[in-house]
Design a protein around this ligand. Structure first.
Ligand code: G3P
Ligand code: MG
Length: 250
């Protein structure tokens, strides 16, 4: 299904997070209304092992609570206001479960599920996410990504038909992932940081019959340049602007 979208496919990063609180149902719904092809979200486990959608390891920045997500149970997380940090208009927005996101927008386009157990060690996030993908029968609408190749190896065993994108950290920290890590790994896409991409790298990936999805482009000139370099996907906080920049939509 990934290949059936126009290139570059647009991923709304944490939903339409320039317009609504990141990683909320409101943000994902708005992104599809604004014409995105796909949304990106950050999945991790609560203390009681539920797959929840929130970027940071703690709830401090994006909610009215405090503490590590991995120390809070789903019931505690659900009490929090995940909208007011963005604007009063979104007061009362909740941290969603992945189950809820799949239910609400699973059939509206593609979903990039980033497996973000970066501070939790080798938990069973990948197994639980794969079970939810199967439950909702969304195999052809998902792409997994992670900075941890280990997570993607697990999804490859459990759901080999779902494509995998290796995320590369920015700058020198991502050198291995952008070269040997990607080349010799079982990945369908590289997800590099915008300042680390160049046309040669895009061509190299294409010679391997793989894709390049770049994070995160918000300025029109960046979006147009990446399109002209032939990248296969662009993450953006602002799908409304990106859709216009690419000459799509009404
Ligand atoms: O997947 C692209 C991007 O989401 C990776 O970085 O920190 O925003 O999850 P981050
Ligand atoms: Mg992410």
């Amino acid at each position: 299904m990934l290949n059936s979208f126009p290139r570059p496919i647009l991923f709304a990063h944490r939903g339409a997070c320039a317009h609504a609180p990141e990683n909320t149902l409101e943000s994902f719904q708005l992104a599809f209304e604004q014409g995105t092809d796909a949304v990106e979200l950050d999945a991790k486990l609560s203390a009681d092992g539920e797959v929840v959608v929130i970027h940071d390891a703690t709830v401090d920045r994006t909610t009215n609570g405090q503490g590590r997500v991995s120390n809070l149970k789903l019931a505690d997380l659900r009490q929090l206001d995940a909208g007011s940090f963005f604007s009063g208009k979104y007061r009362g927005a909740k941290i969603p479960t992945l189950d809820e996101v799949f239910e609400a927008v699973g059939k509206k386009g593609m979903i990039n599920v980033e497996l973000t157990n970066y501070y939790a060690g080798r938990d069973d996030l990948a197994e639980k996410v794969c079970a939810l993908v199967k439950k909702h029968r969304l195999q052809d609408r998902i792409i997994f990504s992670s900075f941890f190749g280990y997570n993607l190896k697990k999804t490859a065993q459990l759901l080999p038909e779902v494509p995998r994108g290796l995320l590369a950290l920015d700058g020198w920290k991502g050198t291995w992932a952008r070269s040997f890590g990607f080349m010799f790994g079982d990945y369908q896409a590289l997800h590099p940081y915008i300042r680390d991409v160049n046309p040669q790298q895009v061509q190299r990936a294409h010679r391997l019959k793989r894709r390049v999805h770049v994070w995160t482009a918000n300025a029109v000139e960046d979006i147009v340049r990446l399109r002209d370099w032939g990248v296969d996907g662009i993450f953006t906080d602002d799908p409304q602007t990106a859709v216009r920049a690419l000459g799509r939509g009404a």
